[in-house]
Design a protein around this ligand. Structure first.
Ligand code: ADP
Ligand code: TRP
Length: 321
């Protein structure tokens, strides 16, 4: 089984990225051949600062390795180090109906949020399809917001296979239902671009402040709260605290007697200790950046061998070779 996923270097990684994509990806690396990459070409659709892209790319590499990506198990690389993917993108654009892209929520959401609609932003899912198809991927671990893009990939692959003969493996999205959408500090989907994110490796004081600032309602601590399971701090606690601890706090909130301040304090403590090993690992890696660069270079060399083979297969099938 081949597993593939990517993450954009468009800002600091947060709990949504971790629970929605990185943690499942790290778990899957033991179950097959995993290919994970930093989607720096994709980041060009919405980030226009070269220095920032370079810095974010190193940060994503550090974060992912600190969170358990094991380069002896998974192939880890930068998207642009395998330029074959852009050539395959062209082949795929010619079999991608405009309507399919026009329907993509992610594109519509980004426009609604004020991003200017450049062609790359519109064609984004075709590059993502090339990412997935060029490694003959079977399984794609992502958060729910990316499901539609994997469906576009399937449609495009099926169309190409029908026109030119079986060329591509048809991939499946893998979405952990319990963490499909991690809520941000405002209760909406946590996202780098919505200003509602709790970073995985956020600075201690600032993150404590962010968590203590989570907005709750005005009910008194003594009042029972039958809707305790909907409470934002409880939802986040379920991710970072042992399940019996989260259950106990939920129970106490429901029964009445637990104040929101104490609940948020518990959330911060569990968040902080959940990532303590990874935090130490990240500091070690930061002191050895050349090791990280090396991991990415070796990953790219391995990834390129597979990419070349699949691209040649597609060129042969479509009469280009
Ligand atoms: P962002 O929305 O913060 O820019 P990305 O689009 O770069 O995040 O997403 C990277 C990965 O993290 C994707 O697989 C995406 O589905 C997942 N992800 C992002 N935000 C969340 C969230 N709030 N809940 C679950 N998964 C998420
Ligand atoms: N679009 C994905 C995101 O923003 C990142 C990505 C690019 C990706 N190519 C991919 C994810 C291929 C999975 C597979 O989250």
């Amino acid at each position: 089984m081949r597993i593939l996923s990517g993450i954009q270097p468009s800002g600091a990684l947060h709990l949504g990225n971790y629970f929605g994509m990185m943690k499942p990806a790290v778990e899957l690396q033991h179950q097959g051949e995993a290919y994970y990459f930093i989607a720096n070409y994709h980041s060009m659709t919405s980030l226009f600062d070269a220095q920032e892209r370079r810095k974010n790319t190193l940060d994503v590499a550090l974060d992912f390795l600190a969170c358990g990506l094991d380069p002896s198990k998974a192939v880890f690389f930068r998207q642009s180090d395998v330029p074959e993917v852009t050539e395959l993108t062209w082949l795929l654009t010619t079999v991608t109906p405009m309507g399919l892209l026009e329907r993509c929520h992610s594109y519509k959401d980004k426009i609604a949020k004020g991003l200017s609609p450049n062609h790359g932003l519109f064609a984004y899912p075709v590059l993502m399809a090339a990412d997935i198809l060029i490694y003959d991927s079977n399984v794609v671990p992502v958060g729910r917001d990316q499901k539609q893009h994997v469906e576009v990939t399937r449609d495009v692959a099926i169309k190409f296979n029908e026109l030119y003969g079986t060329t591509f493996v048809i991939p499946e999205p893998r979405i952990g239902e319990e963490v499909a959408v991690v809520p941000g500090t405002d209760g909406q989907k946590m996202s780098k671009s919505y200003g509602n994110a709790i970073d995985i490796f956020g600075e201690e004081k600032a993150t404590r402040k962010k968590i203590m600032g989570l907005v709750m309602d005005s009910r008194s601590p003594a009042e029972p709260k039958p809707d305790a399971d909907k409470n934002l701090a409880i939802q986040l606690l379920k991710l970072v605290a042992p399940s019996e601890v989260a259950k106990d706090l939920e129970h106490r909130l429901r029964a009445g007697g637990l104040g929101y301040g104490d609940l948020k304090k518990a959330l911060f403590e569990h968040y902080w200790s959940y990532f303590s090993t990874a935090r130490a690992k990240r500091a070690e890696l930061l002191a050895n950046v050349s090791y990280v660069q090396n991991v990415l270079a070796e990953g790219a060399a391995k990834a390129r061998i597979v990419a070349r083979k699949v691209l040649d297969r597609a060129k042969e099938a479509s009469g280009l070779n």
